[in-house]
Design a protein around this ligand. Structure first.
Ligand SMILES: Nc1ncnc2c1ncn2[C@@H]1O[C@H](COP(=O)(O)OP(=O)(O)OP(=O)(O)O)[C@@H](O)[C@H]1O
Ligand SMILES: [Mg+2]
Length: 654
């Protein structure tokens, strides 16, 4: 049924899948499921953190809150020890309890608080009055401590939200900035969906990580260290028993982390491929329907989707089992600790309070390790995303040109191509030895068969692509010497494929020159013969165009594009099949309007309809990247060559 293979589809929709599938230097595949692990993790992490680094004050406050909430939870847990010891002593006054130093200190504090008269008054006198007051005092202190803990946790979460949202906003801005500076070559070789995927999925992953995982990681560390200190002060032997399990955690966690990290970049790339495919089939839905390709589309999508599922499954599996595996190790650790504690209670008089507290700590000790390992999947997804985002950020931007020829100079419009050769790909020359001169105010036309290289010439003129050989000069100065922005400001273009943005007709035309007044926009629309149809729209110039102007006809879209160029005061004008969808009568109207406009401008016209180029100062006939004939309409007809064929052929058709 003509289904492309997965490999082929991926090549098309996610270039990096292909790159990652090959080893370094394009060697053999690294694994059946492609997508190597993040390449330079340390650098990526550092760079990701640099975005957070701008919020230093926030971070200090977050860290403070974190310390506070960890401390409160540790102290809270510790308070159980003296309380249990006291109860035990009440029941059995002869019990030989060994108090730990901290236990003793906390006991002193509770005692002092309990001796305040208002607490004493809260409980009616009875046999266990003293211990009841003591417990009540402990509960009040505990509640206060936990309240501080809850408040600081809340504050920490709020502050971290500000940091993470700010950081991702900056990442999105930087990425978009970069996108605007990338050369056309990038957009030619990446699908829209793939690029969108970086903005949406990849940045989102970074966001989730900064928001959840980063705080979890840091607070996990803080609580790990804190718990350890409290454990040591409670009982050194039991601490040693707990610590024995740490290598197990590190080894097990490390192995799983390595395993799952490998699959996350593959997952993100596959997601990009799926998005690329969706985007393409949505924008090309008409073509899909015309050729009854719905089924093929679905099957191809299933292939990509399947691949995504496979990679997601693997990545999430290893990320997901981390929690349970760690949990089990910690349960074993807990059981052993409590067992040893029981023995110590019998043999060396470990207090029941201390054992209870220690058992709690032992659990608490593995909790951050658990938490950290559970966050690993998010961290890996974020790392893979960040790498893809930074890959774009690191791409070579479009050459800005030299700024020597900048805003203050004025261009007259003498354009000279001297022996220009060019190919989009290094091994395939598209234009061969093009030489031509256009004097200011002249109208130069390019005609020739489809794929001859006409659009390519205009792509070179405004430096969408740079030439491989020869030189192009404007007013005697090579293109590279111009500031790129200045250069483009001086060349108005009507591109072969029209594009309109979401916005009103007025705004869309004003795109040609942002400082134009409404009157100037309307005058430009009149020149382009667009005025009358615009006036017939529901809201005239204020009609909102949506979805690339899908509520207009193809010809009407072209007219708006011409109006845009007409509005610009650029001394050089390029019209690439500008009127190909416009009826001949309107075309003639535009021609008259444009003739006035083009009087002092150098104009390049590309047209298949030869009647539109007849009055040009020079017509270049292009064939397979070469100018095979040149001259005025009459000269070329006399020559009885390719132009004559084209022209007379067209005539016969007329
Ligand atoms: N972005 C690109 N990457 C690689 N090759 C390209 C690219 N754009 C065009 N080409 C190739 O360059 C050649 C010239 O294309 P160009 O668009 O200049 O033709 P054209 O004369 O404008 O044709 P048409 O009359 O159909 O508009 C074609 O053979 C095409 O395959
Ligand atoms: Mg073209």
């Amino acid at each position: 049924m003509g289904i492309r293979s997965l490999e082929k589809l991926q090549k098309q929709y996610a270039r990096e899948v292909r790159q990652e599938r090959r080893g370094p230097g394009g060697g053999p595949r690294r694994g059946a499921h492609g997508g190597g692990k993040p390449k330079n993790t340390a650098k990526t992490v550092k760079r990701m953190l640099s975005y957070v680094g701008e919020y230093k004050l926030h971070l200090v406050a977050v860290l403070f809150c974190m310390l506070l909430s960890t401390l409160t939870s540790l102290i809270g847990a510790y308070m159980l020890s003296p309380v249990i010891n006291r109860i035990q002593l009440t029941v059995d006054p002869d019990a030989d309890i060994k108090w730990s130093a901290v236990g003793k200190a906390v006991d002193g504090i509770i005692e002092k608080f309990a001796s305040l008269p208002f607490i004493d008054a809260l409980i009616s006198k009875g046999t266990y009055h003293a211990v009841a007051v003591y417990v009540l005092a402990a509960i009040i202190i505990l509640l206060t401590v936990y309240l501080v803990g809850v408040l600081s946790s809340y504050l920490q979460a709020r502050l971290m939200l500000v940091v993470s949202q700010g950081a991702t906003e900056k990442i999105r801005n930087d990425l978009f900035d970069k996108l605007q500076s990338l050369p056309i070559r990038f957009f030619d070789s990446n699908t829209t969906g793939e690029v969108m995927s970086r903005f949406i999925n990849d940045v989102d992953n970074i966001d989730v990580m900064l928001n959840n995982s980063l705080t979890s990681l840091v607070s996990g560390m803080v609580s790990l260290i804190g718990t350890f200190i409290f454990m040591v002060t409670t009982n050194i032997w039991l601490t040693l028993v707990t610590v024995v399990f740490i290598p197990l955690f590190i080894f097990g966690g490390g192995w799983l982390a390595k395993k799952s990290g490998k699959y996350y970049s593959g997952q993100q790339a596959a997601l990009g491929a799926v998005n690329g495919y969706i985007e393409e089939s949505v924008t090309g839905q008409k073509v899909v329907k015309v050729f009854n390709h719905e089924e093929v589309c679905v099957e191809e999508f299933e292939l990509l989707n399947n691949d995504l599922r496979d990679k997601q499954l693997k990545a999430q599996f290893y990320g997901g089992i981390m929690g349970p595996v760690m949990g089990n190790i910690s349960q074993i650790g807990y059981a052993v600790t409590v067992g040893v504690g029981g023995i110590l209670m019998i043999t060396s008089g470990l207090g029941s309070g201390d054992l209870t507290v220690f058992a709690g700590y032992s659990k608490q000790f593995s909790m951050p390790i658990n938490m950290i390992s559970q966050q690993m999947s998010t961290v890996f997804a974020a790392l893979a995303g960040a790498e893809r985002v930074f890959n774009i950020m690191d791409m070579e931007p479009e050459d800005a040109g030299r700024s020597e020829k900048g805003a203050e100079s004025e261009i007259k419009g003498e354009v000279v191509f001297d022996d220009v050769s060019f190919g989009y790909l290094p091994d395939k020359t598209v234009l061969k030895h093009i030489s031509l001169t256009a004097h200011p105010g002249q109208k130069i036309a390019f005609v020739g068969s489809t794929g001859a290289g006409k659009t390519t010439i205009t792509n070179l003129l405004n430096r969408f692509y740079d030439i491989n050989q020869g030189s192009i000069t404007i007013d005697g100065i090579p293109l590279r010497e111009y500031d790129r922005e200045f250069l483009r400001k001086n060349i108005a273009m009507v591109l072969q494929d029209t594009h309109l943005f979401t916005g009103t007709v007025m705004e869309n035309i004003r795109y040609g020159r942002l400082d134009a007044t409404d009157e100037e926009v309307i005058a430009a629309a009149k020149t382009a013969s667009a005025h009358s149809f615009i006036m017939r729209l529901d809201n005239g110039y204020n009609t909102v165009l949506e979805g690339d102007g899908s509520n207009l006809s193809q010809g009407q879209r072209q007219l708006i594009n011409i109006a845009r160029a007409a509005l610009s005061k650029a001394p050089i004008l390029v019209l690439d099949e500008a009127t190909s969808s416009v009826d001949t009568r309107t075309e003639r109207h535009i021609e008259h309007g444009m003739d006035r406009l083009m009087k002092n401008r150098t104009t390049f016209v590309i047209a298949h309809r030869l009647s539109t180029v007849r009055n040009s100062d020079a017509i270049m006939v292009l064939e397979q990247g070469e100018i095979i004939e040149r001259g005025t309409h009459e000269e070329l007809l006399e020559l009885k060559g390719r132009y004559y064929e084209l022209y007379t052929g067209k005539r016969e058709l007329d």
